[in-house]
Design a protein around this ligand. Structure first.
Ligand SMILES: NC(=O)c1ccc[n+]([C@@H]2O[C@H](COP(=O)([O-])OP(=O)(O)OC[C@H]3O[C@@H](n4cnc5c(N)ncnc54)[C@H](O)[C@@H]3O)[C@@H](O)[C@H]2O)c1
Length: 434
């Protein structure tokens, strides 16, 4: 089998490398020449654990190549996957489908034989039909099967998620697309991965419904955490007690400063817009979006309140700014709301993140970056944990205390034990714990 992956981002590059690992011949194509040049030189454009090794091995074995030439990538391919971005369209919250439609048109023009055009990007219901219409208009001479194959990988564990997914969803309209996609995912049959073949509309909606449900689950436990603080309960005990109920499940019941990232914020918003347009609003999802947005702003207020009324000029160390650990992705990270609010209030912010490459450009220039966690807290009045990188868990409280000027810790990810931190002399607060 030979495939082309259009887009060399978090999804395209990881899926391309994983398909190559399955034994498929893969060409990953991107419009960004720097990205492709870097990949030719063995440099990864993103941080994803294990990706450099997987890419290097498959390049060496001759199954994985990179190009900026779309026609060359599409030539002779059995299937072409679209893995381009679908960010929020400026102004109205709908998904911006211009990259998907542009890529679909270019692929159809370049096709030199029958192929399956698969949308892996997260796209609203109806996009697949529009892609079909584009293909028919551009290439009435060629049978192009359009399919949907939403991706569920998580940044930080993307390779494992792709190689051992909970399920594979394929939205298909014809036998040929079904056969090609089932063949591509055949290695997963060995580990008994369910492959759900559904309509294109259902596949498109499954992805949004799943993300909106997870975002709602996080937002639910965040609100319960706030209630725990008011009534003296411990959110971790409450979450465990809830999660042991098989109907609820234990995952995604960890409180924090509000969800962020490249998917949940934009996908909840796009789903809400699609549902409004369809005359069937998803009020629960609308409430989730609103509660989550307000939460991020409230976290900044909480930090300022902990610093006291004379917060201007105080020094705050922030550990972790990416939207979650094990990624360098800053898209819609809570830090993008919280840190500018601190800076605007006159607070001096020094941040540390193990993957700060994109963070330095995304955050205000006034935010200083330290090279280590301990250097960041040096002389700080307060310490805020925003992203739960594993290396923060093991920081000795005594070392932090000795380095800091003040004693305030706001642990917005509950990485530390309140008893141990208070015993070390900190004024410690976390989320939803007495
Ligand atoms: N990041 C995730 O964790 C994740 C998980 C599941 C699904 N998704 C979805 O997958 C899609 C891609 O997300 P991502 O995070 O990989 O995005 P990304 O921004 O990391 O990568 C997109 C890439 O597409 C390239 N591109 C844009 N237009 C192109 C064109 N016409 N031809 C070739 N390349 C083009 C860009 O240069 C970029 O490198 C989105 O729809 C997203 O919602 C993302």
């Amino acid at each position: 089998m030979r495939i082309a992956m259009i887009g060399a981002g978090y999804v395209g590059l990881v899926s391309g490398a994983c398909f190559a690992e399955f034994g498929v011949d893969v060409t990953v194509m991107d419009v960004d020449p720097d990205r492709i040049e870097g990949l030719h030189a063995g440099r990864m454009p993103i941080y994803e654990p294990g990706l450099d090794k997987l890419v290097a091995e498959n390049v060496k074995d001759g199954r994985l190549t990179f190009t900026t030439d779309l026609a060359a990538a599409v030539k002779g391919a059995d299937a072409v996957f679209l893995a381009v971005g679908t960010p929020t369209r400026r102004g109205d919250g709908h998904a911006d489908l211009s990259y998907v439609y542009a890529a679909a048109e270019q692929v159809a023009k370049a096709a030199d034989g029958p192929l399956v055009l698969v949308t892996k990007s997260t796209v609203p219901v109806g996009t697949g039909r529009e892609v079909q219409a584009i293909c028919r208009r551009v290439r009435p001479d060629l049978p192009i099967s359009v399919a949907s194959n939403p991706e569920f990988l998580r940044e930080g564990s993307a390779i494992g998620d792709f190689m051992r997914p909970d399920r594979v969803v394929i939205g298909v309209d014809d036998e040929h697309a079904t056969t090609v996609l089932r063949r591509l995912y055949r290695p997963l049959y060995l580990i008994e991965t369910p492959v759900l073949a559904v309509s294109i509309e259902s596949a498109e909606l499954i992805k949004y419904a799943a993300n909106a449900f997870l975002a709602t689950k996080i937002t639910f436990i965040n609100e319960i955490a706030d209630l725990c603080e008011k009534v003296g309960a411990d959110v971790h005990d409450v979450a465990r007690g809830m999660g042991l109920d098989g109907r609820i499940g234990r995952k995604f019941l960890h409180p924090g400063p509000g969800y962020g990232g490249s998917c949940f914020p934009k996908d909840t918003l796009a789903l809400a817009r699609t549902a409004q347009d369809a005359g069937s609003p998803v009020r629960l999802v609308e409430a989730t979006i609103e509660v989550n947005e307000a939460r991020k702003a409230r976290m900044a207020e909480r930090i300022l309140a902990a610093l006291g009324p004379a917060h201007a000029g105080k020094r705050v160390a922030v550990l972790g700014v990416t939207f979650k650990p094990e990624t360098d992705d800053m898209r819609d990270a809570p830090s993008l709301v919280i840190l500018p609010a601190l800076v605007a209030a006159g607070v001096e912010v020094t941040a540390f993140d193990p993957q700060s490459a994109h963070a330095r450009q995304a955050l205000p220039a006034a935010v200083h970056f330290a090279e280590t966690a301990v250097a960041a807290v040096q002389g700080a009045d307060a310490l805020v944990v925003l992203t739960e990188w594993n290396e923060f868990r093991a920081l000795p409280p005594g070392r932090l205390k000795a380095a800091m000027k003040g004693d305030i810790i706001l642990d917005l990810r509950n990485v530390w034990d309140p008893v141990a931190m208070r015993a070390a002399g900190f004024t410690y607060s976390s989320i939803g714990r007495p």
